[in-house]
Design a protein. Structure first.
Length: 327
């Protein structure tokens, strides 16, 4: 059965808020899917799925991480933690498709024997096994607000470790000023027509200034909701930079390089006028095509019915990070 529902404009903030290129690619995919009569649910219709059926599927390929202490300094936010049933089936992971409903496609991400290569301007270049990372860096839980540039938000209980622990381990040289993070990419593994979004500048790459990476808020997540990361969230290790828009948090990291100059990044290369390198959450600086003053809190029902909240400067983390940006 062909199951493609085109949401009306009032139901789909995603259309207002996604880069034109990505949106056009998405439109192309939709057209070809309709032409081919492919049976697929391609748009994020939250609240229309049977939640009890999908819950166990959403955490497929994950294992519990028992007894991880919650860091009391990162335990309080001004709103409830988003239910996993919403957070884990409303994702951006363009390697697996141009919609929010990629969680099934993302299951083809091969996470066995995962390695992360660290190089560039460091005294101790090395390659870590993911198991080694989990053992070497003490894991903790942190509850963070998460604000996407598309003006939706969540509250997420991540498990992982501060990025500064990795900096201490590899010892960057004094020449290192920036850091480049590269996501896994293999065009053979994305799944089917339209999903390659082939004209995009793969692999997905993000970057930080080294002082930003060293800030206590900057986090590598290896888990979420008490378990290892589901693939759709960027298993087995991803970045979480809570004071920046969500696109700065590259998923499924395979390489980290310390550099003496600012690296080119995925969205900044694609649409430089819309997605800056710094990308700090800033309610007073609108995106060229929409306001950033408020955000919709991901929840049940159609997206446009989600609660709207004011957006906070630095996503509420200004007291910890604003000094990084004083000139
Ligand atoms: N990382 C990769 N490799 N590919 C992506 O498409 N999307 C980014 C970011 N990291 C993306 C990525 C964007 S736009 C957002 S908002 C967050 O991942 C979404 O994270 P989540 O799906 O875990 O909520």
């Amino acid at each position: 059965m062909v199951l493609i529902r085109i949401l009306k404009s009032w139901e789909l903030p995603e259309r207002e808020v996604t880069s034109e290129t990505a949106f056009l690619n998405r439109r192309r995919f939709l057209k070809s899917a309709i032409a081919a009569g492919i049976g697929a649910t391609v748009l994020p219709i939250l609240g229309c799925q049977n939640q009890s059926q999908t819950k166990s599927e959403l955490i497929k390929n994950t294992v519990p991480l028992p007894d991880i202490p919650r860091n009391p300094n990162f335990a309080q936010v001004d709103r409830p933690v988003t239910k996993q049933i919403f957070a884990s089936r409303y994702n951006n992971f363009y390697e697996f498709g141009g919609t929010k409903s990629i969680w099934r496609n993302a299951q083809s991400l091969p996470t066995e024997n995962w390695k992360v290569e660290i190089g560039g301007l460091v005294k101790n270049p090395r390659t870590y096994d993911i198991d080694e990372i989990q053992k070497k860096f003490p894991l903790e839980e942190r509850i963070y607000r998460f604000r996407c540039v598309e003006a939706w938000s969540m509250v997420v209980p991540w498990i992982g470790f501060p990025m500064k622990r990795l900096i201490e381990d590899v010892e960057p040289t004094s020449a290192a000023k920036f850091v480049r993070f590269t996501s896994f990419y293999d065009p053979q593994i994305t799944t089917g027509p339209g999903f390659h979004l082939g004209s995009l500048p793969w692999p997905y790459v993000e970057g930080l200034r080294i002082e930003e990476m060293a800030n206590d808020q900057a986090f590598f997540a290896t888990g979420i909701y008490g378990r290892t990361l589901p693939k759709q969230h960027g298993a087995p290790i991803r970045m979480v930079i809570p004071w920046k828009y969500g696109f700065k948090g590259a998923k499924s990291i395979v390489k980290i390089e310390f550099l003496d100059r600012q690296p080119a990044t995925f969205w900044n290369t694609l649409v430089p006028k819309e997605y800056g390198f710094e990308a700090n959450v800033n309610p007073t600086k609108p995106h060229p095509r929409w306001s950033q003053a408020t955000e919709r809190v991901v929840g049940d029902g159609p997206a446009m019915s989600w609660e709207r909240k004011p957006t906070l400067p630095y996503n509420g983390y200004g007291e910890y990070v604003a000094q990084l940006y004083q000139t």
